[in-house]
Ligand binder design. Sequence first.
Ligand code: PGA
Ligand code: ZN
Length: 423
Amino acid sequence: MRHKISAIKAREIIDCRGFPTVEVEVWVDQAMAGRADVPAGRSTGKREALDLRDGGKRWGGQGTQKAVRHVLEVIQPALIGWDPRDQRLLDAELCRLDGTPNKSKLGANAIAGVSLAAARAGAYLSNLPFYKYINANAHVIPVPLVNLINGGKLTSNDLEIQEFIVMPVGARDLLEGLQICYEINLLLRDLIVDKYGKIAANVGDEGGFAPPMSGVTVPMEMLSRAVKASGYADKIVYGLDAAASHWYDWDKKVYRMEGEEMTRDDVIGMYQKLCSQYPIGSIEDPLMEDDFEGFALITKKLEGVQIVGDDLFTTNAEYIKKGVEMGAANAVLWKFNQVGTLTEALDAADHAYRSGYGVQVSERSGETEDTSIADLAVAINAGQIKTGTTRSERTAKYNQLLRIAEELGSQAVYPGRNFRRPI
Ligand code: PGA
Ligand code: ZN
């Protein structure tokens, strides 16, 4: 039986940082069938689709009333009467209505909201949990990347590297994995308070601590002390999101860490040293976002380490193809709204898998209580998810994953050390 979209509603809501964002509802046969919120980045890549903001005085220029209007006045009339389960056609129509390469006419936030809300409506109409609607073979519960120390653009400290992460690869299942990470987090808090005082235990945008640190030695040492104290050293590996574009000096073409200028070779040498000192399983954006060649070099030099492209690939099959041809990175960070539609993001993941690349599903630094990425991570059998530490907009995703794991029961696979190639 065909179901028809009878209305598409959109509104401004507030994200976890206090900025507005877009929420979309797809109504079918006069009832709400699917709702989705669009998250927002702060440490964004320059090749991402455009998150349309109003400018002007209101909300410091961050308003999303234009994007909301585009949903109501341009997208809604075009999609009334469509079946939301025709996702591929519907997403193609959204791209056609926009007509620009980076979705700058209607806004990727308007488009991503409609695309995801339509998918959720499709699941509702099919009477299926969201992850199962996307993929009947969904069964991998991802290893979490819990970013315990935050820096870069997501905090107000001077730490250049954006995220210092633990991955519970030796856990039996997700719940045990979370237990390990959060026990380490509590021990880390004590170490931070001892050294810097209790004000330093405040957290950054993604819920990890943001103490007054810089460089790599101090944060890695403190994190590893907490890990040792927890007794779980053999059950975790470390991860980093260097977000290197944001400590790269674009004018002088050098990296800057703790006041020192560093060449690409110096930076690669720094990671090599770190990897010899600590069991590091994953490094995201180790170099700046235009340096595909450097990514190829580091992927070769750090054999066995997952090298993830976030700002490098922006979840876009075109850049993933370029990366694959050059051997740049061996995994893709997957943020569906970086490219704008669910179909394009699913295609990007397929392309990555078929090229032997891993896929790491990710939060944005500006999130809401929408937990869709938890379902999507299971749906694409990604094997890994990065969705923060404390703060409810982060833990909501873990909690949804725990519900899904329970529902899947003995079908669920927690890939542990095989997070990059879970199936
Ligand atoms: P975002 O980036 O601020 O663009 O969400 C977070 C990240 O770099 O992973
Ligand atoms: Zn990143």
